[in-house]
Design a protein around this ligand. Structure first.
Ligand code: SF4
Length: 486
């Protein structure tokens, strides 16, 4: 589920030595103090608030303790965490994760702040060993083009037997993707303009259980290249949404290994005021009528006579899918007509609020797929069917859990959305996200620094601490250096 777009910098060849406790804090002091390296070598203004933050971050990283730090506008907080973070990463050989909410902050970090860090480290002899730090931007696996799946899709599109798999505009899009993939450096969807057709990208992206790597050439696999570079990066930039979706998908280090996203990492979460909302969203359920219908029709669509079971299934297998599509239509229509006629959102208070007519047909589809996987001796077909089965089972479990109120500490509701209001979505979210964040962020045995310009009520952070379950964290506030009156 992970990958990265860009790698920069060389290696760090200087062997690491044990450093005395307080080494990082002392070094950061020499960089950020009045007359320090930032001022003398980079001609940057000395900002006492920035220096205070950098020292607190350094202390938190050295002691692996959590920190909530509010820094008013103009403090220059990115440098205040990047400089100690990079130095600590290289000294301790641990990955430094930087998570933000907005793309604009990610761009500022990549295009401006990391360049300042590199220049600073390169200019100052005492800091030179940190100048070769490596960075990576982590994006979801589904953002990568898979060269193996693309090759297979092209073969299918050209074969007379499989010609029905892709419509003409989809075939043209496949050819366009193939041309692009021959020259793109990173193979990520964000670099392909205009964006590919969704069904075509579904067929060629790397987020598939077909990805076993054993039959693939690592030299031509964008994802494998990215993964390798990611694992050797000092600074990994990610966004909150991907970070929490990976955490919720069980991608945290296992057993006693510390770390929030990667083994032995330490993390700074910028724009941290957005974390409660984003984490709440990711620790809940999200199943829409559109997604279920689409997943089933990719398996078999009776109207167009397309889908995986057109090739791999019998008539009775296809009928099971058609039956599930009808059941899904009936199920979601009932919810829309019963609960969402007058308002677009309706909270659900009790379990068994509707007949569970959908999970049976979904289970039947999963069983058919399971039987076909067993029978097939075509590895590609097996992988494709396994992908479908995994998705259908996850919908079945989520819908079942929603109807039975399986997660007692969650609030549940139905939503009507889409351009014409035709999409019905089952949603749930934890009533209190604090226990989840406590477990997945603050109790991972590593430093987690949460920062933003707005975490407090002006004086203290009790409310935010409670919301995120960060009572164990140190808190600190520095105000904006700007003179607003003038
Ligand atoms: S390892 Fe193979 S299947 Fe997986 S993304 Fe790379 S090329 Fe595709």
């Amino acid at each position: 589920m992970i990958g990265f777009i860009e790698n920069s910098g060389g290696g760090n060849d200087t062997p690491n030595v044990d450093r005395p406790k307080g080494y990082l804090v002392d070094l950061i002091e020499s960089i950020f103090k009045q007359g320090g390296y930032l001022q003398t070598e980079m001609q940057l203004d000395h900002r006492p608030e920035q220096a205070a933050m950098a020292l607190s971050v350094a202390s938190s990283l050295e002691s692996d303790q959590p920190l909530l730090f509010e820094a008013g506008t103009g403090v220059g907080k990115s440098l205040a965490y990047l400089v100690p973070g990079i130095i600590h990463s290289i000294n301790s050989e641990r990955p430094f994760i930087i998570s933000s909410h907005t793309i604009s902050l990610q761009e500022q970090i990549r295009e401006k702040d990391l360049k300042i860090c590199r220049k600073l480290f390169t200019k100052v002899p005492e800091l030179r060993r940190y100048g070769a730090f490596k960075t990576a931007l982590m994006v979801g696996k589904g953002n990568y083009c898979c060269s193996t799946r693309l090759g297979n899709a092209l073969k299918d599109a050209q074969s007379s037997k499989q010609a029905e798999l892709f419509k003409n505009d989809e075939k043209a899009d496949l050819v366009r993707i193939a041309t692009w993939s021959a020259t793109t450096k990173n193979g990520v969807i964000q670099e392909l303009s205009p964006a590919p057709l969704p069904d075509v990208w579904d067929a060629v992206n790397a987020d598939s259980s077909t990805c076993s790597r054993k039959n693939c050439d690592p030299a031509t696999c964008f994802y494998q290249r990215a993964r390798k570079q990611l694992l050797s990066a000092n600074c990994v930039i990610v966004n909150h949404s991907l970070l929490f979706s990976l955490i919720n998908a069980g991608m945290q280090p296992e057993g006693d290994v510390r770390g929030i996203l990667l083994a032995d990492d330490f993390v700074v979460l910028d724009e941290a005021h957005r974390i409660p909302a984003i984490a709440t969203d990711h620790f809940g359920t999200h199943v829409s009528s559109f997604a279920v219908d689409r997943a089933l029709k990719r398996i078999y669509n009776q109207r167009t006579n397309r889908g995986s079971l057109r090739r791999h299934g019998q008539a009775w297998d296809q009928d099971a899918v058609t039956n599930a599509i009808d059941a899904a239509h009936e199920f979601f229509s009932y919810l829309g007509d019963t609960f969402l006629l007058k308002k677009p959102i309706q909270r659900i208070h009790k379990p068994d609020f509707c007949d569970n007519i959908l999970t049976g047909p979904l289970k039947e589809v999963a069983e058919r797929l399971g039987a076909l996987i067993q029978k097939s001796d075509d590895e590609r077909a097996q992988d494709e069917l396994r992908d479908h089965r995994r998705r259908i089972l996850s919908y079945r479990d989520a819908i079942n859990g929603f109807i039975t109120f399986a997660e007692e500490d969650h609030v549940q509701w139905l939503e009507r959305g889409g351009k014409k209001g035709q999409i019905i979505t089952l949603r749930s979210a934890p009533l209190d996200v604090a226990p989840y964040l406590r477990k997945h962020v603050f109790q991972r045995g590593t430093a987690a620094v949460l920062t933003s310009a707005t975490l407090s009520d002006g004086n203290h952070m009790h409310a935010f601490q409670e919301t995120v379950g960060g009572q164990v964290a140190e808190t600190e506030i520095v105000y904006s250096p700007f003179n607003y009156i003038r």
